[in-house]
Design a binder for this molecule. Structure first.
Ligand code: GAR
Length: 219
């Protein structure tokens, strides 16, 4: 029997994307298991959701770590120790160290509430507010691989929503969130099926598994 795809999910707040992952696993649409939920925010809803689901949690704050560098080093150690196949930034408001990004190269995802490369940077609801202020007619979310350049890694999937005349950042964010909850589990399932091929900036979702590994990197 093959091992289910092991996930570490990083979240700083509400954790609705974490919940979407857990619900997808529960309903059999996602063949993965969450081995660790890691947060940098004590007492956040994401940690409550994980505990509720019986998933090991870990909270690493800057304060308790004695500064940013040691916080990032502790997060690195926790993720390496968790020995997961994929790390998923699902509303995580901390930029990880280069060592962590390199360790999980092509195995770390982020979800961002805009159609990247537009409105990169910042946490929700800033990207949604920026999109509204810019006057775009279509927005959405992007799931991408994490690289050292913020919100600029190879794109795996995007989903679009219309921007309505009476939208506020909150109404737009809610409409995008509905798509986020479908898109993130879908991308993780592609990894579970070994169907993600990465060639430079281009990614391809193949009809059949690439190999017995998380993703194949070519070129
Ligand atoms: C989501 O909208 C996610 O796309 C966004 O934070 C929200 C987290 O919601 N991420 C970013 O803005 C990353 N730059 P959640 O905690 O309910 O999943």
């Amino acid at each position: 029997m093959t091992r289910r795809l092991g996930l570490a999910v990083l979240a700083s707040g509400r954790g609705s994307n974490l919940q979407a992952i857990l619900d997808s696993i529960d309903s059999g649409r996602l063949d993965a298991q969450v081995a660790l939920v890691l947060s940098n925010t004590p007492r956040c809803l994401a940690l409550d959701r994980a505990s509720e689901a019986g998933i090991p949690t870990c909270c690493i704050t800057r304060k308790a770590s004695g500064g940013r560098a040691s916080q990032l080093a502790r997060i690195h150690d926790a993720l390496v120790e968790a020995d997961v196949d994929l790390v998923v930034n699902a509303g995580f408001n901390l930029i990880l160290s280069s060592a962590t990004v390199e360790h999980f190269r092509n195995r770390m995802l982020n979800i961002h509430p805009s159609l990247l490369p537009a409105f990169a940077g910042g946490m929700a609801p800033k990207p949604q507010r920026d999109a509204l202020e810019h006057g775009v007619k279509v927005s959405g979310c992007t799931v991408h691989l994490v690289t050292d350049e913020l919100d600029a890694g190879p794109i795996l999937a995007q989903a679009t929503v219309p921007v309505l005349d009476d939208d506020t950042p909150d109404t737009l964010a809610s409409r995008i969130l509905v798509e986020e909850h479908k898109t993130l589990p879908k991308v993780i399932q592609w990894f579970a099926e070994g169907r993600v091929l990465i060639q430079g900036r281009r990614t391809y979702i193949l009809p059949e598994p690439v190999q017995q590994q998380t993703a194949r990197v070519a070129g």
